[in-house]
Design a protein around this ligand. Structure first.
Ligand code: CAA
Length: 377
């Protein structure tokens, strides 16, 4: 059974309060207007941008459990802001886990103070089949690289200060020919496309990137040349826990709205919460949320202890995203016609939830990972 420490409870309560005051009131605005720099400023002021990084780099010293507590609480006010943090941490953590000491000293204090990072793997023709990316970084005689190609669907693009870009350094070597590079937003030859007009998660920025002969110094390489695919997969294993934490927070937010509505809305002389047909929906929702939570804390604990958690994170992402979509759908149903209206919020939660079944590896990819492990001899 998972039990939070006193420190974790303290941080949880602080972030819960922060979310209520600074994040939730902006969620509808972000849905209509996109990324909110005011919320970013507040996250920096509260010291939350770097809570996942060690204190020696200016961070808050939180482990994976602490990080997921923060993501989970933020998602109770805005799934978009939680997704923004997830993508930022996914990218910055690649430097923390695989970077040189010099890279850590240079970039992690910037991440802790609020500079934004983005993870660039997906391309317009290579999403699920990540090893099929076409972006290429050609090594020069002086050890530097020249990067060409492009990326699509990159969370935090357009607002990021640094991009962690996966590119082929040996196009003939498949997954073993991919490397990771740090590309600053002002690199000559980097073009950021227009913001995608998305179904949901509108408060998180998403653009295309194109690379035209970007010159990268030798020390832009993170980890060993050719290790980029594994570095990216390991990073995604961690980020998929965050998708579970977002799913739980978003589902709880939706259920709260639906619960208040069901207790107040009267039909045929009594609140609709008194009808078993409505009440049982809440039983199913609450049970699913508890199951998600237990998987989130258990998998985060595995990550904190340095255990490999590829399959557990895939299971968590698969089920939490599915249940979150189901819960948001049921919450719309509880609100009836009002649920379909933008005024009552739950339709936005439903649109946000759908991304969880797609981003950071579709549900089908999670099933490939899980079934591969289950059926292995
Ligand atoms: N941890 C460590 N190593 C791993 C690993 C993991 N989780 N997953 C794979 N590897 C290793 C394998 O062990 C193998 O190593 P060896 O050759 O030494 O044995 C190597 O990587 C290649 O593995 P596979 O043969 O399994 O690779 P594959 O090409 O068959 O792909 C896949 C496997 C699981 C389907 C993978 O392609 C995948 O996860 N695809 C989905 C990618 C994804 O999630 N994309 C979304 C990115 S999100 C984004 O870009 C947007 C954003 O802003 C966040």
């Amino acid at each position: 059974m998972f039990k939070f420490t006193e420190e974790q409870i303290m941080i949880r309560d602080m972030v819960r309060e922060f979310t209520k005051n600074e994040v939730e009131p902006r969620d509808k605005w972000m849905d209509e207007n996109g990324f909110d720099w005011e919320v970013h400023k507040k996250l920096c002021e509260a010291g939350l941008m770097g809570i996942h990084l060690p204190e020696q780099y200016g961070g808050g010293g939180g482990d994976a459990v602490m990080s997921e507590i923060v993501i989970n609480e933020i998602a109770k006010g805005s799934a978009s802001v939680a997704l923004f943090l997830d993508a930022d941490w996914l990218a910055a953590d690649m430097i923390y886990v695989h970077g040189s000491e010099e890279q850590k000293n240079r970039y992690l204090p910037l991440a802790a103070e609020g500079k934004i990072f983005a993870f660039g793997l997906t391309e317009s023709n290579a999403g699920s089949d990540a090893a099929a990316i076409k972006s290429v970084a050609v090594k020069q005689p002086d050890g530097s690289y020249v990067l060409n190609g492009g990326k699509a669907w990159i969370t935090n693009s357009g607002v990021a200060d640094y991009y962690l870009i996966m590119a082929k350094t040996d196009p003939e070597a498949g997954a073993k020919g991919i490397s990771v590079f740090i590309v600053p937003k002002d690199a000559e030859g980097l073009t950021v496309g227009k913001f995608e007009h998305k179904m949901g998660m509108c408060g998180s920025a998403t653009c295309e990137l194109s690379f035209d002969n970007i010159k990268l110094p030798a020390d832009a390489l993170v980890g060993k040349e050719g290790a980029g695919f594994k570095i990216a997969m390991m990073a995604l294993d961690g980020a998929r826990i965050s998708i579970g934490a977002i799913a739980s927070g978003l589902a709880q937010h939706a259920m709260e709205v639906a619960k208040n509505y069901a207790n107040e809305r009267v039909t045929f002389g009594k609140p609709i919460a008194k009808y078993q047909g409505v009440a049982f929906k809440f039983a199913d929702m609450a049970a699913k949320i508890r199951a998600i939570d237990l998987m989130v804390w258990d998998t985060a604990q595995m990550k904190s202890e340095g255990q490999r958690h590829t399959v557990e994170a895939a299971m968590l992402k698969l089920m939490s995203s599915k249940w979150c979509c189901e819960i948001c759908d049921e919450c719309i149903q509880v609100l009836g016609g009002n649920g379909y209206s933008r005024e009552f919020h739950v339709e936005r939660f439903y649109r946000d939830a759908k991304l969880l079944e797609i981003g950071e590896g579709t549900s089908e990819i999670q099933r490939m990972v899980i079934s591969g492990a289950v059926l292995a001899k």
